[in-house]
Design a protein around this ligand. Structure first.
Ligand code: DC
Length: 232
Protein backbone atom coordinates (compact mmCIF):
# COMPACT_ATOMS: atom_id res chain seq x y z
CA UNK A 1 0.00 0.00 0.00
CA UNK A 2 1.24 3.49 -0.87
CA UNK A 3 1.92 5.63 2.18
CA UNK A 4 -0.55 8.51 2.41
CA UNK A 5 0.68 11.97 1.60
CA UNK A 6 0.47 14.66 4.24
CA UNK A 7 0.85 18.42 4.29
CA UNK A 8 3.76 19.83 6.28
CA UNK A 9 3.54 23.40 7.58
CA UNK A 10 6.77 25.15 8.57
CA UNK A 11 6.57 28.53 10.30
CA UNK A 12 9.04 30.67 12.17
CA UNK A 13 11.10 33.82 12.26
CA UNK A 14 13.03 35.23 9.31
CA UNK A 15 16.17 33.35 8.27
CA UNK A 16 15.80 30.33 10.53
CA UNK A 17 16.43 28.06 7.58
CA UNK A 18 12.77 27.24 6.95
CA UNK A 19 13.11 27.11 3.18
CA UNK A 20 16.30 25.05 3.35
CA UNK A 21 14.56 22.44 5.48
CA UNK A 22 11.36 22.53 3.41
CA UNK A 23 13.34 22.02 0.21
CA UNK A 24 15.29 19.09 1.65
CA UNK A 25 12.09 17.45 2.91
CA UNK A 26 10.36 17.87 -0.43
CA UNK A 27 13.30 16.23 -2.20
CA UNK A 28 13.47 13.39 0.30
CA UNK A 29 9.72 12.67 0.16
CA UNK A 30 9.08 13.63 -3.46
CA UNK A 31 6.67 16.33 -2.28
CA UNK A 32 6.07 19.83 -3.65
CA UNK A 33 7.94 22.62 -1.85
CA UNK A 34 6.25 26.01 -1.73
CA UNK A 35 8.04 29.06 -0.38
CA UNK A 36 5.09 31.27 0.56
CA UNK A 37 7.46 34.13 1.45
CA UNK A 38 8.45 34.30 -2.24
CA UNK A 39 4.82 35.14 -3.03
CA UNK A 40 4.81 38.08 -0.60
CA UNK A 41 8.17 39.10 -2.06
CA UNK A 42 6.72 39.00 -5.60
CA UNK A 43 3.86 41.31 -4.57
CA UNK A 44 6.48 43.61 -3.01
CA UNK A 45 8.49 43.62 -6.22
CA UNK A 46 5.34 44.59 -8.14
CA UNK A 47 4.85 47.48 -5.69
CA UNK A 48 8.45 48.62 -6.19
CA UNK A 49 8.26 48.34 -9.97
CA UNK A 50 5.08 50.41 -10.06
CA UNK A 51 6.05 53.23 -7.72
CA UNK A 52 3.68 51.96 -5.01
CA UNK A 53 6.49 51.52 -2.48
CA UNK A 54 8.51 54.65 -2.90
CA UNK A 55 9.84 55.61 0.51
CA UNK A 56 6.53 54.57 1.99
CA UNK A 57 4.03 51.89 0.98
CA UNK A 58 0.83 53.27 -0.61
CA UNK A 59 -1.54 50.62 0.75
CA UNK A 60 -4.67 51.80 -1.04
CA UNK A 61 -2.91 51.92 -4.38
CA UNK A 62 -1.54 48.41 -3.85
CA UNK A 63 -4.99 47.09 -2.96
CA UNK A 64 -6.52 48.72 -6.04
CA UNK A 65 -3.95 47.01 -8.30
CA UNK A 66 -3.94 43.53 -6.71
CA UNK A 67 -6.04 42.07 -9.53
CA UNK A 68 -3.17 42.81 -11.94
CA UNK A 69 -0.78 40.55 -10.04
CA UNK A 70 -0.39 36.96 -11.24
CA UNK A 71 1.98 34.72 -9.28
CA UNK A 72 2.92 31.16 -10.10
CA UNK A 73 5.76 28.70 -9.50
CA UNK A 74 7.69 26.68 -12.05
CA UNK A 75 10.06 23.83 -11.19
CA UNK A 76 13.71 24.58 -11.96
CA UNK A 77 15.60 21.36 -12.60
CA UNK A 78 19.02 22.89 -11.91
CA UNK A 79 18.13 24.23 -8.45
CA UNK A 80 15.80 21.33 -7.63
CA UNK A 81 13.12 23.76 -6.40
CA UNK A 82 10.49 26.03 -7.89
CA UNK A 83 11.14 29.55 -9.13
CA UNK A 84 8.57 32.25 -8.52
CA UNK A 85 7.07 34.07 -11.51
CA UNK A 86 5.45 37.50 -11.41
CA UNK A 87 3.16 38.26 -14.37
CA UNK A 88 5.06 35.78 -16.53
CA UNK A 89 8.59 36.83 -15.55
CA UNK A 90 10.97 34.68 -13.53
CA UNK A 91 11.76 36.91 -10.53
CA UNK A 92 13.32 34.24 -8.28
CA UNK A 93 16.62 36.06 -7.78
CA UNK A 94 15.18 39.58 -7.83
CA UNK A 95 12.76 38.91 -4.95
CA UNK A 96 15.68 37.91 -2.68
CA UNK A 97 17.33 41.34 -2.91
CA UNK A 98 17.68 43.57 0.12
CA UNK A 99 15.41 46.26 -1.34
CA UNK A 100 12.55 43.75 -1.46
CA UNK A 101 13.37 42.56 2.08
CA UNK A 102 13.14 46.16 3.28
CA UNK A 103 9.51 46.51 2.10
CA UNK A 104 8.12 43.00 2.32
CA UNK A 105 6.83 43.00 5.90
CA UNK A 106 4.61 46.09 5.47
CA UNK A 107 3.28 44.56 2.24
CA UNK A 108 2.62 41.24 4.01
CA UNK A 109 0.70 43.10 6.72
CA UNK A 110 -1.97 44.24 4.24
CA UNK A 111 -5.08 42.13 4.83
CA UNK A 112 -6.17 42.14 1.17
CA UNK A 113 -2.75 40.90 0.05
CA UNK A 114 -2.97 38.04 2.54
CA UNK A 115 -6.48 37.06 1.46
CA UNK A 116 -5.34 36.75 -2.14
CA UNK A 117 -2.19 34.76 -1.37
CA UNK A 118 -3.74 32.49 1.28
CA UNK A 119 -6.43 31.46 -1.18
CA UNK A 120 -3.78 30.55 -3.76
CA UNK A 121 -1.72 28.66 -1.16
CA UNK A 122 -4.72 26.65 0.02
CA UNK A 123 -5.44 25.58 -3.57
CA UNK A 124 -1.84 24.38 -3.90
CA UNK A 125 -2.29 22.08 -0.90
CA UNK A 126 -5.58 20.50 -1.85
CA UNK A 127 -4.05 17.22 -3.05
CA UNK A 128 -1.61 16.95 -0.10
CA UNK A 129 2.07 16.18 -0.53
CA UNK A 130 3.06 19.81 0.04
CA UNK A 131 5.78 21.26 2.27
CA UNK A 132 5.06 24.97 2.67
CA UNK A 133 7.04 27.42 4.73
CA UNK A 134 6.04 30.87 5.94
CA UNK A 135 4.59 32.64 8.96
CA UNK A 136 0.93 31.57 9.08
CA UNK A 137 0.97 28.17 7.42
CA UNK A 138 0.10 26.08 10.49
CA UNK A 139 -2.32 28.68 11.85
CA UNK A 140 -4.16 30.00 8.77
CA UNK A 141 -3.22 28.33 5.48
CA UNK A 142 -3.24 24.68 6.59
CA UNK A 143 -4.77 24.62 10.08
CA UNK A 144 -5.30 20.87 9.60
CA UNK A 145 -1.76 20.07 8.41
CA UNK A 146 -0.71 16.65 9.68
CA UNK A 147 2.66 18.04 10.79
CA UNK A 148 3.35 21.60 11.92
CA UNK A 149 6.84 22.79 12.74
CA UNK A 150 7.74 26.09 14.39
CA UNK A 151 11.38 27.00 13.77
CA UNK A 152 13.57 29.26 15.86
CA UNK A 153 17.27 30.02 16.06
CA UNK A 154 19.46 32.45 17.92
CA UNK A 155 19.42 36.02 16.44
CA UNK A 156 23.18 36.25 15.87
CA UNK A 157 23.24 32.93 14.06
CA UNK A 158 20.30 33.90 11.87
CA UNK A 159 21.86 37.23 10.90
CA UNK A 160 25.15 35.57 10.06
CA UNK A 161 23.48 32.93 7.89
CA UNK A 162 21.48 35.56 6.00
CA UNK A 163 24.56 37.79 5.60
CA UNK A 164 26.53 34.91 4.10
CA UNK A 165 23.65 34.02 1.78
CA UNK A 166 23.45 37.61 0.47
CA UNK A 167 27.22 37.78 0.06
CA UNK A 168 27.23 34.56 -1.95
CA UNK A 169 24.74 36.27 -4.29
CA UNK A 170 26.95 39.32 -4.75
CA UNK A 171 25.14 41.73 -2.39
CA UNK A 172 27.25 43.50 0.20
CA UNK A 173 25.08 44.86 2.99
CA UNK A 174 26.73 45.22 6.41
CA UNK A 175 26.04 42.55 9.02
CA UNK A 176 24.39 45.28 11.13
CA UNK A 177 21.95 46.15 8.33
CA UNK A 178 21.05 42.50 7.84
CA UNK A 179 20.50 42.03 11.59
CA UNK A 180 18.40 45.20 11.83
CA UNK A 181 16.27 44.08 8.87
CA UNK A 182 15.67 40.66 10.47
CA UNK A 183 14.69 42.16 13.81
CA UNK A 184 12.40 44.70 12.17
CA UNK A 185 10.69 42.03 10.06
CA UNK A 186 10.25 39.74 13.09
CA UNK A 187 8.65 42.63 14.96
CA UNK A 188 6.23 43.54 12.15
CA UNK A 189 5.42 39.89 11.35
CA UNK A 190 4.67 39.11 15.00
CA UNK A 191 2.73 42.27 15.80
CA UNK A 192 0.62 42.85 12.69
CA UNK A 193 -3.18 42.50 12.94
CA UNK A 194 -3.67 40.19 9.94
CA UNK A 195 -2.46 36.60 10.53
CA UNK A 196 0.53 37.43 12.75
CA UNK A 197 3.36 34.97 13.20
CA UNK A 198 2.27 32.63 15.99
CA UNK A 199 3.25 29.19 17.05
CA UNK A 200 0.25 26.89 16.42
CA UNK A 201 -0.74 25.14 19.63
CA UNK A 202 -0.09 21.76 18.01
CA UNK A 203 3.23 22.69 16.38
CA UNK A 204 6.52 20.98 17.21
CA UNK A 205 9.27 23.43 18.04
CA UNK A 206 12.57 23.11 16.21
CA UNK A 207 15.41 25.27 17.53
CA UNK A 208 18.24 24.68 15.09
CA UNK A 209 20.87 27.03 16.58
CA UNK A 210 23.06 24.06 17.43
CA UNK A 211 21.90 21.44 14.95
CA UNK A 212 23.64 20.47 11.73
CA UNK A 213 21.48 20.21 8.62
CA UNK A 214 21.78 16.42 8.76
CA UNK A 215 20.70 16.27 12.42
CA UNK A 216 17.79 18.56 11.70
CA UNK A 217 16.66 16.52 8.69
CA UNK A 218 16.74 13.19 10.48
CA UNK A 219 14.83 14.62 13.45
CA UNK A 220 12.09 15.98 11.21
CA UNK A 221 11.90 12.78 9.15
CA UNK A 222 11.23 11.00 12.44
CA UNK A 223 8.43 13.47 13.22
CA UNK A 224 6.96 12.82 9.76
CA UNK A 225 6.89 9.06 10.39
CA UNK A 226 5.16 9.72 13.71
CA UNK A 227 2.60 12.01 12.05
CA UNK A 228 1.89 9.42 9.35
CA UNK A 229 1.53 6.61 11.88
CA UNK A 230 -1.34 8.44 13.56
CA UNK A 231 -3.32 8.59 10.28
CA UNK A 232 -6.22 6.22 9.96
O1 DC B 1 10.21 33.86 4.44
P1 DC B 1 10.64 35.21 3.86
O2 DC B 1 11.64 35.92 4.70
O3 DC B 1 11.02 35.12 2.43
O4 DC B 1 9.30 36.08 3.91
C1 DC B 1 9.27 37.41 3.49
C2 DC B 1 8.24 38.18 4.28
O5 DC B 1 6.94 37.76 3.93
C3 DC B 1 8.36 38.05 5.80
O6 DC B 1 8.95 39.19 6.37
C4 DC B 1 6.95 37.91 6.27
C5 DC B 1 6.11 37.66 5.06
N1 DC B 1 5.44 36.36 5.06
C6 DC B 1 4.21 36.28 5.64
O7 DC B 1 3.73 37.26 6.21
N2 DC B 1 3.50 35.13 5.59
C7 DC B 1 4.00 34.05 4.99
N3 DC B 1 3.28 32.93 4.95
C8 DC B 1 5.29 34.10 4.42
C9 DC B 1 6.00 35.27 4.48
Amino acid sequence: MKTPKINIAIDGYSSCGKSTLAKELAQELDYVFIDSGAMYRAVTLFALQNGIANGELDENKLISRLAEIEIRFEFNTSSGASDVFLNGDNVESEVRKMQVSDYVSPVAAVKEVRLKLVELQQKMGINKGVVMDGRDIGTVVFPNAELKIFMTANNEIRAKRRFEELQSKGEKPSLERVKANLEKRDFIDTNRKADPLRQASDARVLNNSNLSREEQLSLVLKWIEEAKSTLA
